[in-house]
Design a protein. Sequence first.
Length: 444
Amino acid sequence: MASSSMSPEEQRTDRPTVLAGIDFGTTAVGASSKYLGELWKQFHESLDKDTNFEIAVTVPAIWPEDARERLLRALRSRSANILGTNVHLAQNLVMESEAAAIALLSASANPGTLEGLNFNAKDTVIICDCGGGTTDLISFQVRSMEPLAVREISPSKCIYAGAALLDDGFMKLLRAKTRAERSKNVVKDLTDKNYDKFADDIWHNNMKKKHSVNMEGQIFDLPLKFIGKQVDQSTMEFTAADIHGVFDPVVNKITTLIESEMAIVREETGEQATHVVIAGGFGRNSYLRHKIADKVRSVSPVTRTNQWISVARGAVLHAIQTKSQSAPSIEARASGESYGVGIGNGGFIHWLVRWGDELSAEGLNPRPVPPEAVRHSPDGRCFLDWYRVKGPGAKAEIVRPLYYRNAVGGDLRFDFNWDGTKMHYVLCQGNQQLKWALGEEYAA
């Protein structure tokens, strides 16, 4: 959803005002709807009330289906008071990494809007969106430049590695230093609020933003609460190694993810990745960008690393793309889930779609069902043992009978469409679409 124009510092100051209206005995959906409603209210007050709006919503790839559904419920709830006659949700949720890719590719097709990017047909692009809590990654290959069209090389990946985790690491460091350097009486009297205020001054507004590979150690004056009777020891030093130690556990996860994706690109295309682009708020950090550039050069010296782009802009372009051809066309996506049918009673699984399979994004992807997969229930219905796997190497955690009524003539098939966040499918026989229903789960 579009964010306000406030700076991170202003947003942090404003947050208590927003949270004040939330009943913390409510559900996660209830709290989220109130919070989102307050954000929308601030944004909407500055706009023409008679204008029609469509809200595009991005989610991390790691979010499970039930989390996405709860987010949509929060946005649609009465307490949020967001949707109305002239405010609607976009048809589909958008993966954050795909939104970043659309923004990047759109800018590259319009010289001057994103300096330094120059793509050609067959180029491969890895987009790494480094945010507050997660890092999302996706890779595309450019199929054509006029019109600009791409295919997804492998499904989106998402890991818990973001700027918020740095905050946790720094607070552990600050508390450890305080216990080691200050008296027991001082430590005993310090509250969470004391630590948070000190961290806000020296971390959020200083070291977190400015830290780089060449940064030297820094010495800070201690607040009075931290000094106590040790008036001759009124400072605290943070060495470069201290702050490297806060950044490295998170940064190393991100560089490892990029290195792994570069190997996938090389395996799938036979060529090294052409570009690695860093997006997201955390992607602006100098230390992170330097470490990524070092890793990319060590794996593939010819690969270019580029700077920061906007996920929010890509979400808007994704919504536009569904209504016009003015945004880049994603011709093919890599499936993020596997679907299959059981053969016989307790036999093997015949996979119709596997994780990573390339699926057309512009039409249906038919998959025939083997006749031996069809079974019959006592009430005369036909059924299939229906399997779904959510990721590579995962167990088939959903095993359910899929019931349907036979139509006259024609081979049985499923038509699949992966929209980047969810798999859509219909069951057909010949040229007729069949109604179906899932039964109760049973053990795999």
